[in-house]
Design a binder for this molecule. Structure first.
Ligand code: C5P
Length: 298
């Protein structure tokens, strides 16, 4: 039997970053949104743990580990251990989410592996246990299970759904070379930017009102100065997105992927076509979309 689970990329509509914590992480006040770019993970029973990765389009998958370091394998082992089952699986990952782009593609793979193996082995893991396992694997993994639009606190692993009446469209502009999340947070510390966190009330109102022009003025990412410091040429992409007519340009998580906010699908396509002159890969994606969900059970 095989089970295929699809999990979405995430973006951060608001990323408020507090000072560093004793455990090396940073306190966050963030608003996640799941967008329509996905990785699929297909789980099949096997004698030992194994992973294969195939990529779509222009995505560079060469940095994705193909051994026990792969976060999907770590997720599978953690789930088996949690239930005390002595079983292994092969995980085939089909990636459409750009790697190391600030879109949480690895977290999507971990969330998809958890759900796929839970179904494959009929483990009936409770939602609370699945979220707790996910939180131990990475700060963004619980959100990849939940999907939609959600407020994230703690180091990002504590998630609760947020009212979102919009059908938003994003123009996604990945960069060829990824950025290390840990390096961006370290640069944030070096610049001394950590500050007291506040809930983004204006953003919550904009999501409920659902006007793109209003949402545009509420998008915010505290990590942007740190990412730009490490990769100054990213400033040009931001300018181009605005010149091509997007309502706002937002860095996705720790970057380097940029997002342009469009008014609707047609507007997104127009902005994307204009950006395609200078960027080899430009994608359009709606949000919010569902979290990790089964697509094939055979
Ligand atoms: O949780 P995850 O493994 O995705 O985090 C990757 C790295 O990003 C961490 O090792 C840490 O350096 C940084 N990070 C952080 N504060 C957070 C989330 C991530 O400093 N809230």
């Amino acid at each position: 039997m095989t089970v295929t689970v699809r999990a979405p990329a995430k973006i951060n509509l608001h990323l408020g970053v507090g000072p560093g914590r004793e455990d090396g992480y940073h306190q966050l006040a963030t608003v996640y949104q799941a967008i329509g770019l996905y990785d699929d993970v297909t789980a099949t029973d096997a004698g030992d743990w194994g992973v294969t990765v195939t990529v779509s389009g222009e995505i560079d998958g060469s940095q994705v580990p193909l051994d026990d370091d792969n976060i999907a394998i770590r997720a599978g082992r953690a789930l088996a251990e949690h239930h005390g089952v002595d079983r292994c699986a092969h995980l085939a990952i089909a990636k459409s989410i750009p790697v190391a782009g600030g879109l949480a593609g690895g977290s999507a793979d971990a969330a998809a592996a958890l759900v796929a193996l839970d179904r494959l082995w009929d483990l009936q893991t409770s939602d609370a246990d699945l979220l707790a396992l996910a939180g131990r694997l990475g700060s963004d993994v619980p959100f990849a299970l939940l999907g939609g639009t959600a407020y994230g606190t703690g180091r990002g692993e504590l998630v609760e759904p947020v009212a979102d009446n919009g059908q938003w469209w994003w123009v996604v502009v990945p960069e060829g070379q990824g950025l290390s999340t840990a390096a961006v947070y370290a640069e944030y510390d070096r610049l001394g930017l950590g500050q007291t966190l506040r809930a983004p009330d204006g953003l919550f109102e904009a999501l409920a009102e659902a006007y793109p022009e209003v949402l545009a003025s509420e998008l915010h990412n505290d990590l942007e100065p740190a990412s730009l410091d490490l990769r100054p040429e990213l400033a040009r992409t931001k300018r181009e997105i605005l010149e091509c007519g997007a309502y706002a340009a937002l860095l996705s998580g720790s970057g380097p992927t940029w997002l342009g906010l469009a008014g609707d699908a047609d507007h997104a396509r127009v902005v994307a076509a204009a950006l395609a002159d200078t960027h080899p890969v430009v994608l359009c994606a709606p949000g919010p979309v569902a979290g990790a969900h089964v697509v094939t059970y055979a």
